[in-house]
Ligand binder design. Structure first.
Ligand SMILES: *C/C=C(C)/C=C/C=C(C)/C=C/C1=C(C)CCCC1(C)C
Length: 258
């Protein structure tokens, strides 16, 4: 209990330090009517709260599920930090915080994909190949996406290569080894969370290329659209994804206790 409180205070302290930093200086204040700015703020808070929630639940539920819950807490923690910075950048410059966004994704996308491996590894013997394939797929998806958005690569070329990376990840979780292990050996709770996570990556993640398309390929560059779409996508794809893991953890532990 004491450790839990210390941890919570450390987390809150870090976030409030960030918020104070961001709030010092008029130029960094949100202006009324800046809906993109509001969405950055809202998601900073949602990610902070989700971090604390998943950490506390990981301690309550414990056992073989604690690693998965800790990883999703880390995902939300990393995102919260980036959101504080991204909001600050957006408010002060009015530009897309593209580099921060991609640093966030580069850390959080592989961590989320590791969850597929972790939830399977909690109940079955799985090969590390699953992890490496989805990790490489995420690099192929994100690096050209960044280069296309930041102007290092033609925006259409970056988009097309990124789509191939995503397709590769989809193959692995729908038809590749990961899906086979899940179907063959996982518990009912793991299977249902695997299925829900799979659909997050298939349907929820589709919002990102739509945002990219609307922002860069549908005529001109529209930084407001890109940011609002990516922000809403992150809210859904990080927090809802985490809640599916949390749900499976709860189901699994309550059924095993009788
Ligand atoms: C927490 C952050 C997440 C889950 C970010 C996911 C990002 C994507 C699924 C990005 C996908 C893209 C493509 C499929 C094509 C190229 C452009 C990207 C990088 C936006």
């Amino acid at each position: 209990m004491k450790q839990l409180l210390t941890l919570c205070f450390a987390v809150i302290g870090l976030f409030s330090g960030q918020a104070a930093l961001a709030a010092s200086g008029d130029s960094m204040m949100l202006q009324s009517g800046d809906f993109v700015g509001y969405s950055f703020w809202l998601i900073s808070m949602a990610m902070s709260a989700a971090t604390i929630f998943f950490l506390m639940e990981s301690m309550r539920i414990g056992g073989k599920w604690s690693t998965s819950l800790n990883v999703i807490a880390l995902v939300c923690f990393i995102a919260a930090f980036h959101y504080f910075y991204m909001r600050e950048m957006w408010v002060t410059t009015g530009d897309s915080p593209t580099t921060f966004r991609y640093i966030d994704w580069l850390l959080t996308v592989p961590l989320q994909l590791v969850e597929f491996y972790l939830i399977l590894a909690a109940v079955a013997a799985v090969s590390g190949g699953i992890f490496w394939r989805i990790f490489i797929g995420s690099l192929v998806m994100l690096v050209p996406g960044y280069m296309g958005e930041a102007g290092y690569l033609n925006a259409t070329v970056g988009f097309v290569i990124g789509m191939l990376g995503w397709a590769f990840i989809l193959y692995e979780i729908h038809a590749g080894e990961a899906s086979k292990v899940s179907a063959a050996s996982a518990s009912a709770a793991t299977q249902s969370s695997f299925t829900m996570m799979k659909w997050v990556v298939t349907v929820g993640w589709a919002i990102y290329p739509i945002g990219y398309f609307l922002g860069y390929l549908a005529g001109g560059t529209n930084v407001e659209t890109v940011n609002i779409v990516y922000n809403l996508a992150d809210l859904l794809n990080k927090i809802a994804f985490g809640l599916f893991i949390w749900y499976a953890a709860n189901e699994d532990t309550s059924s095993s206790h009788g």
